[in-house]
Design a protein. Structure first.
Lengths: 254, 286
């Protein structure tokens, strides 16, 4: 059981070097409203880490700060060897971050295929490997191949989520951050998307997952952090947190 | 029957220039999210530059067109850097006041420097005409239409077949999404706004051939461009083409078939804005 939770980077040919993502003493907010006070999170190379917490705890803001969409007011963020605390979103993507945003943020009037191709457009290495990555994404989500010519805005919620994940993967990220992928999805669709994330991680990509579906994400993740009011209040292995009475009471209603 | 066909042809020829002005405006509204009330003034700059090149160097406006386009592209880029960029997150009213003020500034600069007279450009094909069976096309109109079609074909090729064009459409459809896949949104804004100004200037060059150059020549074209992008749906880049044809042809029909039509044709675009908004509100309320 515990074997399946170890980072698996051994699949020949599929291996992508995951990078380390380190968030230290991060403070950030919107205008005068401070959301994050002291967030410390580390995602090791090839690790699958979950971040859980109630609405408004600061999970999405943390991911936005990593992407450079929200400018931190304090602390540091490092991706691989690079300090990305004040980097622009385009620079962060160039360094190997993929972001699957809350609400998917697809290009609704473009086809599935165009959405995916745009995911590879901004990194020369990704553009060169575009055809190969596209096939990988289609293998991961066969449904997207069937719908490749359909406009993204006309897809179901689950299919849109697949496009969002696929689009991020097209950029050949070494670290993938994923924001609430299960939101509005049927349990079956959620299962499909989570399986895909697990497969991506198995290829060596580091994953930071933010989820409200606490049970599922703790079972999937190697390690997890609990965020409350803009601070990390608990961390541990997925198993340990699943067994934690406080977590069970607050997030699993057990 | 010939009269009817001639009318349709006239309308179609006129719509080329409308589409040029409107597609530029659609870029700034759709991609950058700025309603540029100074759009007509960039057209005016283009018209005056073409006139100046013709008057001082004897250069045919169609030859100076590439240089004018590049120059005003540069002016547009500078305008973005200096002013537009800083109001992108400001309330819409502030943005409108800025571009409105910019328009007034440019118009009055032109008035101060060049006076209020209209300046005409003479070309060798001025009085020529083309005979297509029973139909007649004025030389300048035919030339302007050919240029407009070629430029629009170029624009839509860039928008739909190049990486930069895809980036522009991506930004237009979803800013946040575009940002998160690594598109440098600020750079796309700069290029889209500059291209928008360049397109207006190119239209201005053609207007200098068809009509004249004057400080206020851009106003009516900008207003019609607004009508066209409202009809097409804000930010709908392909809708601009058919909306331009619709406006051009409707105006021509009014000119031919309504008594005293010459005067009424300039009211057509008001009617079209009105009609579109009423129709949209019905569709919206259902």
């Amino acid at each position: 059981m515990s074997d399946s939770r170890q980072p698996n980077v051994s699949q020949a040919g599929q291996h992508r070097a995951g990078q380390e993502l380190v968030i230290e003493h991060l403070a950030a907010g919107y205008g005068k409203v401070q959301v994050l006070w002291d967030v410390n999170v580390r995602v090791g190379p090839g690790e699958f880490v979950a971040m859980i917490g109630a609405n408004g705890a600061g999970k999405t803001t943390t991911l936005r700060a990593v992407s450079g969409v929200v400018k931190p007011t304090g602390g540091h963020i490092r991706l691989g060897g690079h300090d990305i605390t004040r980097a622009a979103p385009s620079e962060v993507v160039a360094l190997g971050l993929g972001h699957v945003p809350e609400g998917r943020e697809l290009f609704a009037m473009m086809s599935v295929r165009e959405n995916l191709e745009l995911g590879a457009a901004m990194r020369p290495a990704a553009r060169a490997a575009q055809q190969h990555t596209l096939e990988q994404v289609y293998t991961l989500f066969p449904r997207l191949q069937e719908r490749s010519k359909q406009l993204a805005g006309t897809l179901s919620g689950g299919e849109q989520q697949m496009v969002a994940v696929g689009r991020a993967l097209m950029g050949l990220p070494s670290v993938l951050v994923v924001d609430e992928p299960s939101l509005g999805l049927s349990p079956l669709m959620t299962q499909t998307v989570f399986e895909a994330l697990k497969a991506v991680n198995a290829e060596g990509v580091s994953v930071l997952l933010v989820e409200q579906n606490v049970g599922l994400s703790l079972r999937l993740a190697h390690r997890a952090y609990v965020l409350e009011n803009g601070q990390v209040v608990k961390e541990g292995t997925g198993e340990a947190l699943l067994a934690d009475p406080g977590v069970r009471a607050a997030y699993l209603a057990l | 029957m010939d009269l009817f066909l001639q009318t349709l042809l006239n309308g179609l020829l006129q719509s080329g220039i409308y589409a040029l002005v409107a597609s530029g405006l659609a870029l700034s509204v759709g991609v950058v999210g700025i309603v540029n009330f100074a759009h007509g003034e960039f057209l005016m700059i283009g018209a005056f530059l073409a006139w100046a090149a013709s008057a001082s160097l004897g250069l045919d406006p169609l030859l100076s067109l590439p240089v004018v386009a590049l120059a005003v592209f540069g002016v547009g880029a500078l305008t973005y850097r200096v002013s537009i960029r800083h109001v992108l997150l400001a309330p819409e009213l502030n943005q409108m006041l800025l571009t409105f003020g910019l328009g007034i500034l440019l118009q009055n600069l032109a008035l101060m420097l060049l006076g209020g007279n209209t300046r005409t450009v003479s070309t060798p094909y001025q009085a020529s005409s083309l005979q297509l069976g029973e139909l007649t096309v004025g030389g300048p109109k035919a030339v302007a239409f050919a240029f407009a079609v070629a430029l629009l074909a170029g624009l839509y090729f860039v928008l739909y077949r190049t990486t930069l064009g895809r980036q522009m459409r991506a930004v237009a459809q979803n800013r946040r999404g575009a940002q998160l896949i690594g598109i440098n949104v600020d750079r796309v804004y700069l290029l889209a706004f500059a291209a928008s100004c360049g397109l207006a200037a190119v239209a201005g060059v053609l207007v200098s051939v068809l009509l004249f150059a004057s400080p206020t020549v851009g106003l009516v074209f900008a207003l019609k461009a607004f009508a066209i992008i409202v009809m097409a749906g804000l930010g709908n880049l392909t809708g601009v083409l058919w909306a331009s044809v619709l406006l051009g042809v409707s105006e021509a029909l009014v000119q031919t078939y309504v008594p005293g039509g010459g005067g009424w044709s300039d009211a057509v675009f008001f009617l079209m804005i009105f009609g579109t908004l009423v129709l949209r509100s019905f569709r919206g309320s259902r």
